[in-house]
Design a protein around this ligand. Structure first.
Ligand code: FPP
Ligand code: MG
Length: 289
């Protein structure tokens, strides 16, 4: 199981969740960095567990520029390695207060709900932008939000409302991150992305460019409803999405959430850590892979 976990974790990843967690702690005046490191590690382990399971669900062959664990080690071992990481994460969380453990558990419940909502809307043109935002909040933003909430509360800031400010910021960071991720699935290239381009289109996922496109393009809605697209159809959809206004619209929505994240941060006192969070938010909306 350690080998499987190392295969995924050793491949890197952006590690944006732990960065946000650590900066949230410092921006709230926390000084015992080991506490924040525990939260950051637990969060990244939960995220890693969810990716192992996600690659089984989505039948992905490539993750972080390598064969996915599912492809290399098979479904059974990958599934159990995910359970292993998830259990280790909660072993770390065990040293926190009941309320903080509950926040971590809430984030995990959200992840599972997001995953199920997403699969309910797979190849389903009834999906709306409101459904999309609900999915993205649950499958991505909730873990950012609760991670920041736990680490900020460990810092015991004064006034305590700073915990909500940094959690609000992290929620919008998570939304921005996933919106950009969805746009990159259409606009990036495989080398930058570390996984094939157009996966969401191929899998019939209700990703942002698709949800926006099917709202006023009946032909696109019909293609989205079709499972098992041919490679030609996938390329045609990607070309059509790239030429349409949905890419700009998606980018605009990402910028809107990044502004909310900046606004929430301005409720915190000035510090180098707050400035690093501002800089991170700007990096998110300009990333290319
Ligand atoms: C990747 O999204 C997947 C997630 C963010 C969450 C997946 C959640 C589960 C599988 C539920 C299991 C939860 C726990 C707590 C173990 P994506 O498919 O949009 O991204 P990708 O293109 O990188 O695969
Ligand atoms: Mg996936």
């Amino acid at each position: 199981m350690t080998e499987i976990a190392d295969h995924l974790i050793g491949a890197g990843g952006k590690r944006v969740r732990p960065v946000v967690t650590l900066l949230a702690y410092r921006a709230c005046g926390g000084e015992t960095i080991a506490d924040a490191v525990d939260v950051a590690v637990a969060l990244e382990l939960i995220h890693s567990a969810s990716l192992l399971h996600d690659d089984i669900i989505d039948e992905n062959d490539v993750r972080r520029g390598r064969d996915s664990a599912r492809r290399k080690y098979g479904i059974a071992h990958t599934l159990v390695a995910g359970d292993f990481l998830f259990s280790r994460a909660f072993q770390i969380c065990g040293r926190f207060d009941a309320e903080q453990i509950n926040w971590a558990a809430e984030a995990c419940v959200s992840l599972t709900e997001g995953e199920i909502m997403q699969s309910r809307f797979r190849n389903n043109p009834a999906v709306t932008i409101e459904d999309y935002l609900e999915i993205v909040y649950r499958k991505t933003a909730s873990l950012f939000e609760q991670g920041a909430r736990i680490s900020a509360s460990l810092a015991k800031p004064s006034p305590p409302e700073l915990v909500d400010a940094v959690a609000d910021c992290a929620r919008h960071v998570g939304l921005t991150f996933q919106i950009v991720d969805d746009v990159l699935d259409v606009t990036a290239d495989e080398e930058q992305l570390g996984k094939p381009v157009g996966l969401d289109v191929r899998e019939g996922n209700p990703s942002l460019p698709i949800v926006l496109a099917i709202a006023d393009d009946a032909e696109m809605a019909e293609l989205f409803a079709k499972p098992d697209l041919s490679e030609g159809e996938v390329s045609a959809i990607l070309g059509r999405l790239r030429r349409s206004k949905v890419i700009d619209e998606g980018q605009r929505l990402a910028v809107e959430h990044s502004r909310h994240a900046h606004d929430a941060l301005s409720r915190l006192p000035e510090s180098p850590y707050r400035e690093s969070l501002h800089a991170l938010i700007e990096q998110l909306i300009t990333r290319v892979g």
